[in-house]
Design a protein around this ligand. Structure first.
Ligand code: 5AD
Length: 332
């Protein structure tokens, strides 16, 4: 696409974004609580075969303390993310969610990968509102090449379960994966559009030096922003984050996502001594300098894009049954 076409697309995406989601940028605080992972996704630095990855698992107390901190700063959504940690138990997660919901009036989003439907149900009953599980790519052969030992149909099963259980559900893709064509990205966008997800995350592939894909080129920022703008125009009122992967090579790039139609930013509230160990991909902007807190950094990016921070809970704008009012039937 030439520059004039691109600008026209971004302008349309921003218009749809303003009309459908308003002018603010929703703030979600993310806490990455375990860097252990049993999987071996070929692009991800947390893959189990990466022996040089720093592994940590936060205690319940440490997580509650991070949630308390972001709550005091006015943030009203916490995203709890981890690798697929084999030591994690569904009961422990459930108790964590219940404790958070008991203490604070805050939306809880989980992003813990693939689990049985019974665990998803248990967490939903404990009060979890939302769940993020990216499909990563809808090209089934590519999916299986990139995710040894995993199964595309199980990924879809998880997404179906989450939706049926009444979670506000997010999915998404990586743009620029080795072996991924533009036609394949077009099919991904069709999938994301047709499923009408509450949240959609699109970020560029970032090569990680300790993975089999270390020597492949990074996904293009322009292609990522094009995909983002297209999905904004298609999916209208889905919540779209300006992903941290956009800023991986240059911290000042995250606002580009906002200019292409994103309406969510996710400052990182993982305790400072662990931030660098949640090493899914190399990331220049990860380690906060003392003079710039995660929230200040997010605010800077938001202002760069000419927008303002929105501290609302930011529930789904889709006209499905709202969370918490779905009735016991939906937990079946
Ligand atoms: N490049 C881009 N995105 C990545 N993720 C993991 N590793 C990489 C990488 N090297 C993304 C995946 C996953 C999310 C938590 O991080 O999309 O779903």
């Amino acid at each position: 696409m030439n520059d004039t076409c691109l600008e026209a697309l971004y302008t349309s995406a921003r218009k749809v974004c303003t009309e459908e989601c308003g002018t603010g940028v929703l703030v979600r605080g993310i806490v990455e609580f375990s860097s252990y992972c049993k999987n071996s996704c070929t692009y991800c630095g947390l893959r189990s075969q990466n022996g040089s990855a720093g592994r940590y698992r936060l205690s319940t107390q440490a997580i509650l303390s991070s949630v308390g901190k972001l709550y005091r700063l006015g943030v009203r959504t916490v995203v709890l993310q981890s690798g697929e940690d084999p030591e994690l138990s569904a009961d422990w997660v459930s108790s964590l969610v219940a404790q958070i919901k008991e203490r604070w009036d805050i939306a809880v989003t989980l992003s813990l990968g693939e689990w049985p439907r019974s665990s998803y149900r248990q967490w939903r009953e404990a009060g979890a509102d939302r769940y993020l599980l990216k499909i990563e790519t809808t090209d089934i052969q590519l999916y299986h090449r990139l995710h040894p030992g995993m199964n595309y149909s199980n990924r879809l099963r998880c997404i179906d379960d989450l939706e049926e259980l009444g979670y506000q559900t997010g999915s998404g893709i990586i743009v620029g994966l080795p072996g991924q064509s533009d036609a394949s990205i077009a099919k991904d966008l069709q999938f994301l559009y047709e499923r009408d997800f509450d949240m959609i995350s699109i970020g560029p592939f970032i090569p990680h030096p300790r993975t089999p894909l270390a020597h492949y080129p990074a996904g293009s920022i322009e292609r990522t922003c094009t995909a983002l703008a297209l999905i904004r125009c298609l999916s209208k009122n889905s919540h779209l984050p300006a992903t941290s992967a956009l800023a991986a090579t240059n911290p000042d790039r995250r606002h580009l996502g906002l200019l292409a139609g994103a309406n969510v930013i996710m400052p990182n509230f993982t305790p400072q001594n662990h931030v660098e160990h949640y090493d899914i991909y190399p990331h220049e902007g990860r380690v906060a300098t003392p003079e710039s807190s995660p929230l200040q950094k997010a605010e800077y990016q938001v202002r760069l894009a000419g927008r303002h921070m929105d501290y609302a809970k930011g529930d789904s704008l889709k006209t499905k049954a709202p969370t918490g009012q779905t009735g016991q039937g939906s937990f079946s």
